[in-house]
Design a protein around this ligand. Structure first.
Ligand SMILES: [Zn+2]
Ligand SMILES: [Zn+2]
Length: 83
């Protein structure tokens, strides 16, 4: 899955700096930036890689760290199973 990035407000591809601009697209971008990462409970924010998963948005970094932890745990389990 490709990670997305929200452009900062006022930049070429970002929403308007005026939070009351009334544009549907801007509102959607702001809502996505304000949505909380499932891993760290912090807003997705702008200029940060994130994944839009079925369960909600997560920071790409948080998802990668969680994935590494799962992998490390699986490795430790496999090692333990070997005795
Ligand atoms: Zn706008
Ligand atoms: Zn996060």
């Amino acid at each position: 899955m490709a990670a997305g990035i929200l452009s900062a407000p006022g930049t070429e591809y970002g929403p308007c700096e005026d939070v009351d601009c009334g544009h549907t697209d801007c509102a959607a971008t702001r809502a996505q930036a304000a949505s909380l990462c499932r891993y760290c409970d912090k807003p997705i924010g702008y200029e940060t890689r994130f994944y839009n998963e079925d369960e909600g948005c997560v920071h790409a970094l948080c998802a990668e760290v969680a994935e590494e932890e799962r992998f490390a745990a699986a490795c430790a389990e496999a090692e333990a199973a070997k005795g």
